[in-house]
Design a protein around this ligand. Structure first.
Ligand code: SAM
Ligand code: SF4
Length: 364
C-alpha cells in the first residue's frame, strides 16, 4: 500500500465535511449536527478535545516496519502545510481552548523550522511536547529545543539490541545513539522524559524486560503501545499484536510490577511501578485490547492540513483551504468546531488492516 492516499477512501465536500466509512466500526454514520459556537471544543458524546497532535511533516528517516514501507513515498512539498500555516493552526487551536500541544510527524526533527514552530507556539500552551525517534537528539539539539520553549519530549525506541533495533526501524542507527539522546533530553530538562515502544510478536517482544530495565536505569517511564492497524505494509493482524497484558506478564517475570492505573481518566497510559521500589515506571497503551475512546481528548492535524478527530476512524476534515487569509478566524474556528462535534464515538477497532493513511502520515 502506498503511504498516502489523501482523498481516498474519504469522501469530502468542498465545504470541508468528511464522511465516515460505513464499514468502519469506529465510525458513526449518523447525520451531521450543528456544533456549538462557543465554549470548549466538545463532541456529541460530551468529550472535550484539549490535546492537539500537530503533525508538522510526514517525512521520516526511519522505516519502522509497523509504520512505514521501505519504499515510502512522501507528500510533495507543496502539499505539506507551510511553517506559517502550522503556526496559524497552532494559534487557532490555542484560542479555542486547547491546552496541550504535541508536535509530531513523521519525524518532526527533520523539519527545518522546528525551533521557530516551537518558539511561536510554546507561549500559547500550558504543555508543549514532541515525539521523536531520537535520531537527531543530542545535547545541542535538546538544549536548542528546550530554549525554544519545548517542555517535554517522548522518544521512541523499540529495542536496546542493535540488530533488532535496526530490523524494526529499518535504519542503520545504533540504539546507543538514541539512549545517549534520552540522557541528553533528561540533562536538558525536557522531563518527565517518556519512551515509547511498539512490540511485534516474534520480532522484538522479548525486549520488554530490557526496555523496562532501561526505564529503571534512567528513572523514566517506558510506555508500550499495542501495534495498531496503521502500518503501510498492511501486515497488521491480531496474531502480530503483543497485548499489554502479555507485556506486563513478561516484564513481571523479571521485574515484578504493581498497577497504579491512569494518571487521569483521559490519559491513554495505564501506569505500573516497580515492586522493588526502583526508579522508573512502565505504562501500557492498549488501543487494541482495551480501547479508551470514551475518555478521548485528542485531535490530530495531518501534515497536509486535515483535521482527524479520531485516529482509528477514517473521517478527515480539510481545513487548509481556510488558511492564508482565505477564511476569517471565525470560519476556521467554526470548521474546527464542526469537525470535533461530529467526532466518531469510536470504541471498536476493525480487526484488519485499515485503508487510508498510515501512522506516519497522520501523526502519532
Ligand atoms: N517519528 C516519531 C517517532 O517515531 O517517535 C514520531 C511519529 S510516530 C508516528 C509516533 C508514535 O507512533 C511512535 O511512538 C511510534 O512507535 C508509534 N506508532 C507508529 N506506528 C504505529 C502503529 N502501527 N501502531 C502503534 N504505534 C505506532
Ligand atoms: Fe518514522 Fe516514527 Fe513511523 Fe518510525 S514510527 S517510521 S520513526 S514516523
Amino acid at each position: 500500500m502506498s503511504t498516502l492516499a489523501p482523498t481516498s477512501p474519504f469522501s469530502l465536500t468542498q465545504y470541508g465535511r468528511a464522511t465516515s466509512r460505513d464499514d468502519d466500526p469506529a465510525s458513526d454514520s449518523g447525520a451531521f449536527e450543528p456544533a456549538p459556537t462557543e465554549g470548549p471544543l466538545r463532541d456529541r458524546f460530551g468529550r472535550i478535545a484539549n490535546d492537539l497532535r500537530l503533525s508538522i511533516t510526514d517525512r521520516c528517516n526511519f522505516r519502522c516496519s509497523y509504520c512505514l514501507s521501505p519504499d515510502a513515498q512522501f507528500l510533495p512539498s507543496e502539499s505539506r502545510l507551510s511553517t506559517q500555516e502550522i503556526i496559524q493552526l497552532g494559534r487557532t487551536f490555542a484560542r479555542l481552548g486547547v491546552e496541550r500541544l504535541r508536535i509530531t510527524g513523521g519525524e518532526p526533527t527533520l523539519h527545518p523550522d522546528l525551533c521557530e514552530i516551537i518558539s511561536e507556539l510554546s507561549p500559547l500552551y500550558g504543555d508543549v511536547s514532541m515525539t521523536t525517534n531520537g535520531s537527531r537528539l543530542t545535547e545541542a539539539t535538546a538544549k536548542a529545543w528546550k530554549a525554544a520553549g519545548l517542555k517535554r519530549i517522548t522518544i521512541s525506541i523499540d529495542s536496546v539490541d542493535p540488530a533488532r533495533f535496526r530490523a524494526v526501524s529499518r535504519s542503520n542507527l545504533d540504539p546507543a545513539v538514541v539512549i545517549d539522546g534520552i540522557r541528553a533530553a533528561i540533562g536538558a530538562g525536557l522531563g518527565p522524559v517518556k519512551v515509547n515502544a511498539v512490540l511485534l510478536v516474534g520480532v522484538n517482544d522479548e525486549d520488554a524486560p530490557a526496555l523496562a530495565e532501561l526505564a529503571r536505569a534512567l528513572a523514566i517511564e517506558i510506555r508500550f503501545i499495542e501495534f495498531m492497524p496503521l502500518d503501510a505494509d498492511g501486515s497488521w493482524n491480531t496474531t502480530r499484536v503483543v497485548s499489554s497484558a502479555k507485556t506486563i506478564e513478561r516484564i513481571s517475570d523479571v521485574f515484578p510490577l504493581i498497577a497504579e492505573g491512569r494518571d487521569r481518566p483521559d490519559r491513554t497510559a495505564v501506569r505500573f511501578r516497580f515492586a522493588d521500589g526502583s526508579a522508573g515506571s512502565v505504562g501500557t497503551i492498549a488501543p487494541v485490547s482495551d480501547p479508551f475512546c470514551g475518555e478521548c481528548s485528542r485531535i490530530r492535524v495531518t501534515p497536509d492540513g486535515f483535521l482527524r478527530p479520531c485516529l482509528l476512524a477514517n473521517s478527515e476534515w480539510p481545513i487548509r483551504h481556510l488558511l492564508k487569509g482565505r477564511g476569517s478566524d471565525e470560519a476556521i474556528e467554526a470548521a474546527i468546531r464542526e469537525a470535533i462535534w461530529n467526532k466518531d464515538r469510536g470504541g471498536a477497532l476493525r480487526m484488519g488492516p485499515m485503508e487510508g493513511r498510515t501512522m506516519s502520515a497522520i501523526g502519532g
